[in-house]
Design a protein around this ligand. Structure first.
Ligand code: GLU
Length: 311
């Protein structure tokens, strides 16, 4: 692949500290870009004004650099595809919205869940309640896309073909929320296209969002990037690894005096990229011969990092 063709990105939301799962995904996005001789874009996904914080953005960039990662474009280094913060790109989302067939919706999340008898946290299929006009026009209104019918197939580099009938399985999804925040699905599609992203490497929790994004790309006349959804780190109980499992976040490790090469070594071991005996390795030493298709998740004991922070 010619070097100039690969443009990858890492797109964190500054709504919390980076945990080891985020760090592993960032490492893989960076390795895939670097092994391809490509460019990596750092994009801050702060469309959610209420939850995003500037201090968390600064912290996560510091943590990622500490780990040994770098990027060619981003809010702190500039670049010709900026701005690189979603909060500074709202006019781009508004422009895309005018090109889509949409309608206003007054349904609250709670009403939708009750209507669908969905459990807490479960996103029910939208059944088109406000398609002919909002039921409660006096409320703050969200904007939904009249999702076109048909089956979408996306061939994921790691997970294989993903088939979804979006109109049927998801329904008309949100492009703008009732609190007027732009929806992730629209923002990510606009930004990936306008930043000329060719390769998306991100966590497997977003696999099910991809057909929605591909449908939007098609409606807007934009190309579809290659996708690779990488495995999340799970705790011993099978749930997504978190503080509760005794795994420290990246800032805690950095501030506790851990060596980044120890953290990288454990992340690399957990992916089967290095031998189980490798305890210290720099991120850049993983680039040569890196192949995303060869990652094989291996269980490791993340608690050893708590000691690494003190050693
Ligand atoms: N901002 C999203 C997150 O932090 C990632 C979005 C993406 O990679 O498409 O989970």
């Amino acid at each position: 692949m010619p070097a100039s063709i690969y443009r990858g990105r890492y797109a964190p939301s500054p709504t919390g500290r980076l945990h080891l799962g985020n760090a592993r995904t960032a490492l893989l996005a960076w390795l895939d870009a670097r092994a391809a001789g490509g460019a990596l874009v750092m994009r801050i996904e702060d469309v959610d004004h209420q939850r995003s914080r500037a201090d968390l953005e600064a912290r996560l960039l510091t943590d990622l650099r500490w780990l040994g990662l770098d990027w060619d474009e981003g809010p702190d280094v500039g670049g010709s595809f900026g701005p690189y913060r979603q909060s500074e790109r709202e006019d781009h989302y508004a422009a895309a919205l005018t090109r889509l067939e949409t309608y206003q919706c007054s349904c609250s999340r709670r009403e939708l869940r009750e209507e669908a008898h969905a459990a807490d946290g479960e996103e029910p299929v939208y059944r088109g309640t406000c398609r002919e006009g909002p039921h409660h026009p006096e409320r703050p209104l969200a904007i939904r896309w009249r999702t076109p019918p048909g089956v979408v197939t996306v061939d994921d580099r790691l997970c294989g073909p993903q088939v979804q009938d979006v109109a049927h399985e998801v329904g008309d999804f949100l492009l703008r929320r009732r609190d007027q925040a732009w929806a992730y699905q629209l923002a990510v599609v606009v930004d990936d296209a306008e930043m000329a992203i060719t390769d998306v490497v991100r966590g497997a929790d977003l696999l099910l969002s991809t057909p929605r994004q591909v449908l939007l790309q098609r409606a807007l006349g934009w190309p579809t990037p290659r996708y690779a959804h990488v495995p999340l780190i799970l705790g011993p109980d099978g749930a997504k690894l978190s503080k509760r499992h005794g795994a420290p976040d990246l800032s805690a490790l950095r501030e506790g005096g851990a060596r980044p090469e120890r953290v990288v070594a454990l992340l690399a071991r957990s992916l089967g990229l290095v031998d189980a005996r490798v305890e210290v390795i720099a991120a850049r030493d993983l680039i040569a011969g890196f192949e995303l298709a060869r990652i094989r998740p291996v269980a490791v004991d993340w608690r050893v990092l708590a000691d690494a922070a003190r050693s």
